[in-house]
Every structure is written in structure tokens, then in C-alpha cells.
Design a protein around this ligand. Structure first.
Ligand code: ZN
Length: 287
């Protein structure tokens, strides 16, 4: 297992962590100030400053990417299906332009929440079937661009509105169905916030293996959690045994960035430099 204590060379910042403190250009500047060498930007942050400018500032700062957030939200009614497909193809194109190693997929829950305006449904099995079909379609497009897709299983609390893929095993079942040859173009983004509770986690990480482990996200689970979306904890402030999960991922030879992704009203209220200093300190001591 890698020793993170001497430096933070394997720290990547998911830019949502400080999205209220500045735009993508300001976040990139702050990363340079703090010696952070990788980010995972969000599409809305890229769009806000323009793709060309985003590409330029990332390149000029010498930053790497650990992913691109995000594609997916595949579930919709029939009327929205082509819009969903085109939107996801654009995500692949943007990721390619930015030099991302993968597009992170949050697959969508029930259609009326994933793609507002879609006819309401309570059929989660149908949503899951639709996710399979849509990933297969996106994989065709992404393969031509040689852009890997990383399915992020989300905690079951998000099954209705964000993702009906809720366990690592379920995400790997999709990978095995659509990419049995393990091409490296389809895998998982494992976020400790979503997966830490799963009794099947450790065997599923072993099942994933190096070629399916495309991204690793960290934060912490606070008790109590006041807001399921925007009350994630800073690493070390909650109950997740982050180091054991990282050890399991690295036992499969995962050697990528350890990406900090914290959606938190509390941390969004703090100055950007404070947040980044704390991220670095916790990366070295508890991740
Ligand atoms: Zn994540």
C-alpha cells in the first residue's frame, strides 16, 4: 500500500468540493498554490468558463485529471432518449478534449428525477434495464474515442433520484455483461461514501481487479448525516475505515489518484485555502 504521509502527490481534487468558493479558473489557481497536481472537474464548471478556456488553463497549470464528472442520467421517457444520448456523447467529447482518463457515470434513478419532464414511473427494474441499454450505446461511442467509462454505484438512498445502480456488485455485473473481454473501457468509480456499508464490498473489489478499478473517491460519513446530499464529511471526521478500503483497492494494483469529493454546506462555507489545506493534511494522515 502506498505511503501517503510524506506528500500529497496522489491527491486529486474533485472540483465540486470547492464549487461555491470559486469558478474553475480560481480552483485551478488554488490547486497550483497548494501543489495539488490533479483534479476531476464537473461539466457545469467547465461550461461556465467555456471548454476551450478550461482545456487551456488545465494544460497551462500542468494538471492531470482523475476523471470527468459526469455522464449518465440515462433514465428518461421515450421523448427524451435522443437528448440523453447526445448529451452523453458530448460528455465523452469534452472528456477527450480535457485529457480525462475516464468519464464518471451516475446512471440515473427514476426517469422523472433523472431527466425532469419525463413521465413519472415507479418501475425501478425498467430503469435498471434502461441503464444497461444506454451504457451499451454510450460504450460504442466512447470506445471509438478510446475513453473509458466508470460506473459509480451510489448509496441506495439515491436510488430514486440519482442512481439505481447501488452496489459495487451490481455495477460489476453491468461491466461483465457489456464488456466480458475486460477491455479496460468499462469499469467502476468507487466512492467510499457510497460503498463503505456493503457487506460484499471486499470480495467485490477483488472481483473488479485492476482493469475495472478506474477511479477512487474519498470523503467520510458523518453521524448523524443532516443532509444526504450535501453533508459529506472531511476524511477522518466520520465512521468510514477509509484506509482499509484503499488497502483493498491497492491490493488489486490500483495506482491512480485518490480523489477527494466532498459535497458539504459546512465546507462550502469555508475559505478555499482552508479547505485545501485540510484536504492535504487529512490525505496524509487518515487516507
Ligand atoms: Zn464520487
Amino acid at each position: 500500500m502506498r505511503d501517503f504521509s510524506p506528500d500529497h502527490r496522489w491527491l486529486s481534487l474533485n472540483t465540486a468540493t470547492v464549487r461555491r468558493q470559486g469558478d474553475l479558473a480560481q480552483i485551478v489557481e488554488a490547486c497550483a498554490r497548494h501543489g495539488i497536481r490533479a483534479i476531476d472537474p464537473w461539466r457545469d464548471q467547465v461550461a461556465a468558463i467555456g471548454l476551450d478556456r478550461a482545456v487551456r488553463i488545465v494544460r497551462d497549470a500542468g494538471l492531470e485529471l482523475s476523471g470527468y464528472c459526469r455522464g449518465g442520467m440515462f433514465t428518461s421517457d421515450a421523448a427524451h432518449r435522443s437528448e440523453v444520448r447526445d448529451d452523453n456523447r458530448r460528455a465523452v467529447d469534452e472528456a477527450k478534449a480535457l485529457g480525462a482518463p475516464c468519464v464518471v457515470l451516475v446512471v440515473g434513478g427514476l426517469p422523472q428525477f433523472s431527466r425532469p419532464g419525463s413521465a413519472p414511473s415507479k418501475d425501478i427494474a425498467a430503469a435498471r434495464a434502461q441503464v444497461d441499454d444506454a451504457i451499451a450505446d454510450m460504450l460504442d461511442y466512447a470506445s471509438q474515442a478510446n475513453m473509458p467509462l466508470a460506473i459509480e454505484p451510489l448509496h441506495p438512498a439515491y436510488a430514486a433520484d440519482r442512481a439505481c445502480v447501488n452496489t459495487t456488485g451490481q455495477a460489476l455485473d453491468i461491466c461483465d455483461r457489456l464488456d466480458p473481454q475486460r477491455s479496460g473501457l468499462l469499469g467502476v468509480a468507487l466512492d467510499v461514501y457510497h460503498i463503505w456499508w456493503d457487506p460484499e464490498l471486499m470480495p467485490q473489489i477483488a472481483r473488479a481487479g485492476k482493469d475495472r478499478l478506474l477511479a477512487f473517491h474519498v470523503c467520510d460519513w458523518l453521524v448523524p448525516t443532516e443532509d444526504i446530499l450535501n453533508d459529506r464529511g472531511m476524511m477522518g471526521d466520520g465512521v468510514i475505515d477509509i484506509r482499509s478500503i484503499r488497502a483493498a483497492v491497492e491490493a488489486q494494483d490500483f495506482a491512480g489518484f485518490c480523489e477527494i469529493e466532498i459535497f458539504s454546506n459546512a465546507w462550502w462555507d469555508r475559505p478555499m485555502d482552508d479547505v485545501l489545506r485540510t484536504c492535504i493534511e487529512r490525505h496524509r494522515t487518515v487516507v
